[in-house]
Design a protein around this ligand. Sequence first.
Ligand code: CUK
Ligand code: CUA
Length: 866
Amino acid sequence: MNMILRRVSLLILGLAMFTTVASSAIGGDLAKVMEARGLTENDVIRAAKTYNPTGVKDEFVVFSSGGQSGQVIVYGVPSMRILKYIAVFTPEPWQGYGYDVDSLKILRQGNIRGREINWGDTHHPALSEVDGKYDGKWLAINDKANPRIAIIDLEDFETKQIVVNKLFKSAHGGAFFTQNSEYIIEAAQYAAPFDNNYHPIEEYKETYRGGVTMWKFDSKKGRIIEDDSYTIEMPPYMQDLSDSGKGVSHGWAFTNSFNTEMYTGGIEVGMPPNEAGMSRNDTDFLHVYNWEKLAKVANDPKNVTIINGTRVISMETAVANDALFLIPEPKSPHGVDVSPDGEYITVCGKLDTHASVYLWSKIKKLIDTKDYAGRDPYGIPILDMKKALHGQVELGLGPLHNQYSPVDGEIYTSLYVDSQIVKWNYKTLKVLDKENVHYNVGHLAGMEGKSSDPQGKYIISLNKLAIDRFQNVGPLHPQNHQLIDISGKTMDLLVDMPLPLGEPHQAVAIRAEKLHPHVRYPMGTNSKTGEIHVGKTLAGQERIVRDGNKVTVYATFVRSHINPERITVNKGDEITMYMTNLERAQDETHGFTIDNFNIHASLEPGETTEIKFIADIEGVFPYYCTEFCSALHLEMMGYLMVKDPNKKYVSAQKLKMKTMTPEELKAEYDKTVAVNTATDAVIQSVVAFLKENKFGDHKVVADLVTDAFDQYGQIPAQKKLSDDAVASGDLEKAILFENMIWQLMVKTADVGIRAKDALVRLVATKQSPSAQAGERAFGEGGCGGCHVIGKVSSGPDLTGALQRHENPEKWVKEFILEPEGMYDDPYVKSMIDYFKLKMPNQHMTEQEATDIIEYLKWIDENANLF
Ligand code: CUK
Ligand code: CUA
C-alpha cells in the first residue's frame, strides 16, 4: 500500500513537472522531440547524463557476472552499452573459445573428476588490488555449481586459467581478492564431505564440512598457484559471502553463513522442508579468520592434512592458533562488506530488517583478550555479538548487499523484498534516502564501490526481475540493470538496461583509464599462454607436412587470402592446422571454419592458434574466413578435399572452353596494367593529402597509414612475379598477378581513405551551432540525394557555391526557398541542361536556408579537406 501511494505521488509529481516544462524555455527542436516522445524535462536530463555521442567513450567499465551463461559481461557506464561477453566456463564460438586447441586446454582445466563441464554458474567477479585499490590487471570469477575460479587477463580480456576446488562440492563466497592480491578467497556453500566418497546424510555433523579456500595468487603472472594454496576446514554451516579485511583489518577475512541449525531437510520422509529448518535460528555465524597467520601455519606439513591433493587446516588447528572465530549475526545473512578503511564490517540479514555494523577494533579487542561468549559444537570460540557491534539500523525488508561511496560513512544497501536501494550512514547509523527499483534487487554495484578508494557517482541495481520494463520476449525475461545517479543529495534512477544473458549476480566497476588492453599480439603469439606459439608461421613459410596419416598445415591469414588454399588429405587422416594472422592492423581479425567439421577459430592480429580434427568423412569442404575483413572477404577461402584412399575415382570429362587468342590476352594485360596505373594515381593523391595535413601528428591516423603501407609494400614482389611471367611468355599468369596488385591497391586505398576521413574530422574547423543546424537541415531535407560535398554527383558539388554568384548569400537563399522562380536564370538553365534535373523546392524555412548557408561557408573554409 505504502509503495503504491509512493508511486502514485511520483506520477503526480511527474505530471506537474511536465506542465512546467511546457512553459519553460526549452528550444524549438528539443521541445518538438520531447512532445513527440512524451518526455519530461527530467527524462531529457537523464538521457543527457547517459548519452554518449558517437566516438565518446565511457568513464567506467563494468564487469558483470553472466550467471548461468558461465561468461562475463563487459559494459560501459554511464552509457550502459555492452562491449563484450568474455568466454570463461562455457564454449563461445565467436571467440573460438573451446573450439581451438589452445582455448580448449583452458576450458578443460575445469574438468572435475575427469568429467568435461561446459557451463558455469558465475556469481562474483573480482578485480585484482594493490593497497585495496583496483589495478586493472586481472579479473577473477567463481563458479558456484562446479566449484572453480577462473582468471581473466585484462590485457586482452581472455580467460587464462581455471582451477578446480577439489574439496568443495559447491562454492559461493568467491572470488574476493585480498588487499594486495596475495590470495583469492573462495568459500564453500552447500556443506558436503571433502573426500569424494559416500557419507549418509545422518552423519552430516560428523562428515559434512564447510570451508574457505585461500588461493595463492601470483599477481605478476596472473595465475593461481595451487600448491601454495590452502583450505581452512569449517563447520557444516552453509558459508555464504566473504570479504577480505583491508587497512586496519588487513590479514583477516570474513565469511558469513546460514543453516547454523545444520538442518538437512527430508520432505520425502515427512520432515519440513529445508527452507523452514535452515532459517529457524534468529542468528547465524560470521566467520572471522586470520588468513595471514594460517598461511604460515599451513607451511608446516605437521599442521595440514592432504585431502584430494590439497592442503587442509583443520578447525582444531585453526582454533589452536587463535585464527578462527565466530560472531552471531542476524538471520540467514547474505552480504558481508568491509568499509574502505577496514574498520566497519556491515552484515545484512536477509530475513531481518536490519543491517548490523561490527567494529573491527572491538572484534580485535575481544580476540586479543580471549573474551569469548562460548564455543560452538566444534570448539570454535564465539565472540559476543553486542560487544562486537557498533550498532544496527532498520533499513527495510530483505537487505542483501552493500557498496560504498567516497563520502565518509556513506553506504548503499539493496533491499530484495522492498525492491529499493537505501542510502545510509554506517557511522551515524542514519538512513538518508531510498530509491525504488524494478524489481527485487540482488547485488548493487558502485564505481570501485568495494575498493579502499570508492569513486561514487553511480550505483547499478542488478535486479532479479524485469516485469513490465521491456518488450515481452516470452516467459524467460531479460535481466535488468538500472543505473542510478548518486551524485546529488538524493538518488535518481537514470536508465534501464536489459541484459539478455544468464542471471548476473554481482558486478564490479573500474575507472576506464585504469585499463590498458592491447590491440595486437607480438607476431605468432599463443594468446592463452602469452608465449610464441610452436605453430607460428610467417609469410613464405606456409606448408603442408605429411607424416604417415598425420597432416600438419602451417597456414597464414592476411587480407584477403588464406595460404594454403587447397588441402587434400585422405579419409581418416589426423589434421593439425596452425594458423597465424599476419595482420598488424587494429581490428583486422580473421575467423576460420571448415564447413561441417564443428570448427571455429578467431585469429586476432598477430595471433597463432591451433585446431585439430580427424578428416573422417569423404568429400569437398569449403573453408573460409568468417569475419567480413575486407572488400574481398568472400574470396578469402579455400577447399579441404578428403578422398578415400581405398576408392578408385574416375576423372570427369573435361569441358571444352574457348581459349583466348594471344591478341586478346595482350589486350587484357594492357587494360589491367592501365587500371593499376590509374588506381595508383588515386593512392598517391591520398598520400599527398595525408602528408600535407601532417597525418603523423595523430596516432590513430598514423596507425592506419602504417597499415595501408603494409598492403602497398607487398606490390613490388607481385610486380616482379608478373614481369617474370611476361618474360616467360605466360600472359595468363601475368594478368592474375596484375589482378593481385590491384587487390592490394584496393586494400591500400580502403585503409588510406579511412585514414583520410579520420584526418579530416581531426583537422576541420569547428562548426558553429548554425552551421550544425544547417548540416542537419541539409541532411533531413534530402539535399544529399543530389549534392555530394567534394564531388560532382547527380547535382553540382556545393564546394565554392558561395563564390559563383554576385551577392552570393542572397542568391543561394532565394534559390533554396523558391527554385522555380530561377529556372530561367542562365546559370541555373545551364545546370538543368547538364544534369537533366531541376532543383526541387524542398520547402525549407528562412531559418533553415540561413543555416544551410552557414554550413556551406564551413565547407568552403575546409574545402581543401574534401
Ligand atoms: S549472490 Cu546472487 S544476489 Cu551469489 Cu552474491 Cu546475492
Ligand atoms: Cu578475413 Cu574475412
